[in-house]
Design a protein around this ligand. Structure first.
Ligand code: GAR
Length: 186
């Protein structure tokens, strides 16, 4: 499981943390493929900087999810990908990828699951008045932010600024993702 694929839709700070850990030798792995569903996303610049092969696509150019997932799975097969790391990939994984890579796809989410699923987890938690926040890494199944939990870290925050929660959480995410991948590929 030493060849990784990272899927991202946005900034890609988690992608960078993983790629940097591979480059430093802290992770005995290689990011062999970056998959991005948002043309122009910032993660693409990071991928280029690390010289990682990239498959960037516009979902609207495909008739259905199965069509682009087949393309991704074929490329991952060719590269011998052992572990797929979703890092801010804001799209549900469909049956094609789950059938071929099920049990080898993990996701990072900015809440203590099963609380606060979805794309606005931090904002929802702040609105709720949460005092203990957290990060979860879990296996991916067909449900939104479901699947068996692999690792979690909690941190206290008593304020009401979502940007600050994101900032505190991302520091934890970068470390936790690298540590969790290291454990899984051992
Ligand atoms: C991360 O905070 C991750 O937890 C979140 O997207 C962010 C991506 O940041 N993922 C989800 O909300 C998944 N439901 P990044 O692009 O800087 O790595």
């Amino acid at each position: 499981m030493k060849r990784l694929a990272v899927f991202a839709s946005g900034s890609g700070t988690n992608f960078e943390a993983i790629a940097q850990a591979c480059a430093d030798g802290r992770l005995d792995a290689e990011v062999s493929l970056l998959v991005c569903d948002v043309p122009g996303a910032k993660v693409l610049e990071r991928g280029e900087r690390f010289g990682v092969e990239t498959f960037c696509f516009n979902p609207k150019s495909y008739a259905c999810k199965a069509d682009f997932e087949k393309k991704i799975a074929d490329r991952m097969d060719a590269l011998g990908i052992g572990l797929v790391c979703l890092a801010g990939y804001m799209r549900l994984i469909g049956p094609v990828l789950l059938e071929r890579y099920g049990g080898r796809i993990i996701n990072i989410h900015p809440s203590l699951l099963p609380a606060f699923k979805g794309a606005h987890a931090v904002e929802d938690a702040v609105a709720y008045g949460v005092k203990v926040y957290g990060i979860t890494i879990h296996y991916v199944d067909e449900s939104l932010d479901g699947g068996r939990i692999i690792a979690q870290r909690a941190f206290p925050y008593e304020g009401s600024d979502p940007a600050e929660v994101h900032r505190l959480g991302q520091v934890i995410e970068h470390q936790l993702y690298v540590d969790t991948i290291a454990e899984l590929i051992k």
